[in-house]
Design a protein around this ligand. Structure first.
Ligand SMILES: [Fe+2]
Length: 276
């Protein structure tokens, strides 16, 4: 595994230094790693598999899936992740429980807005530009779900159970509003506008762009035309044209693939951001 450039520890420590975090000595290097969708499955972060160490951070490109049902099991896994020696950052995908996520307070952190799920598990909010110790990153989560071709069921529909039985029998692709699907999977107009404003504030120049889905033209290359463009992929296409960036990492399509020199589709691998 190649090592990327040196970054200091200061951006991993939130408002108060965590006494459990050993500060690195001068000359030691912290790393930023990046990976794709986890959907609440954290096995890739076991000590044997994850290359990140003390003081490093790992960014998940959406569909974190650990703020999903608020169960005791899920709290256990969030605590488990929080005890790791690195800091976990995630942008949201389409498979997050946005009703739960919006309950966490919003805080300013390294130039952008975040939500602390745990002291070392942090949600990077949409349309933000973060300065991670000299590395400038633009983040835009969200995506349109591809697995709802048979529709969305409303829990208060008087025919809910009947419809669900029929859909299950047909093995149809459907989801349930506020249980397994949320309209907030797509950004709001305010979030789109904030992203544009924040990018303009840095002269439309960043080091890295991290999103859950891809710009429309890149999505076409990934899916060979099978994925339809939507307002978010079109928005990202505009950013692709307007902005200068070194590399753009995204998840969502559950594949590992490099598209040209700049675009990296991630799934289960964990790789250094800068050498990725
Ligand atoms: Fe996903």
């Amino acid at each position: 595994m190649q090592k990327s450039r040196c970054v200091s520890v200061c951006f991993f420590v939130s408002r108060k230094p965590d006494p459990k975090v050993r500060l690195k000595r001068r000359g030691e290097r912290n790393m930023i790693y990046i990976t794709g969708d986890t959907h609440g499955e954290l096995h890739r972060f076991s000590q044997k598999k994850c290359p990140a160490g003390e003081g490093d951070c790992v960014i998940i490109c959406g569909d974190f899936g650990c703020v999903w049902d608020g169960s005791a099991e899920q709290k256990y896994w969030l605590d488990w992740l929080n005890e790791k020696p690195w800091t976990t950052l995630f942008l949201d995908g389409n498979h997050e429980n946005f009703d739960l996520l919006k309950r966490y307070p919003v805080t300013a952190w390294n130039g952008g807005r975040v939500q602390f799920i745990r002291p070392r598990v942090i949600h990077l909010m949409r349309g933000q530009v973060f300065d991670l110790d000299g590395i400038r990153i633009f983040v835009m989560g969200g995506a349109a779900s591809h697995d709802i071709s048979s529709g969305i069921l409303e829990p208060d529909d008087p025919d809910f159970y009947l419809k669900r039985r029929r859909l299950d029998r047909a093995r149809a692709m459907y989801r349930i509003h506020h249980i397994s699907w949320w309209k907030e999977e797509m950004p709001s107009e305010e979030e789109y506008a904030e992203g544009i404003r924040n990018l303009e504030g840095v002269g439309n120049r960043v080091d890295f762009i991290l999103t859950h889905c891809a710009p429309s033209s890149i999505q076409d290359l990934v899916g060979g035309g099978t994925f339809r463009s939507d307002p978010l992929t079109d928005y990202l296409e505009r950013i692709r044209v307007q902005c200068e960036f070194k590399r753009w990492f995204f998840g969502h399509y559950h594949m590992e693939r490099e598209i040209g020199e700049k675009f990296v589709l991630l799934y289960e691998t964990i790789r250094p951001l800068e050498d990725g």
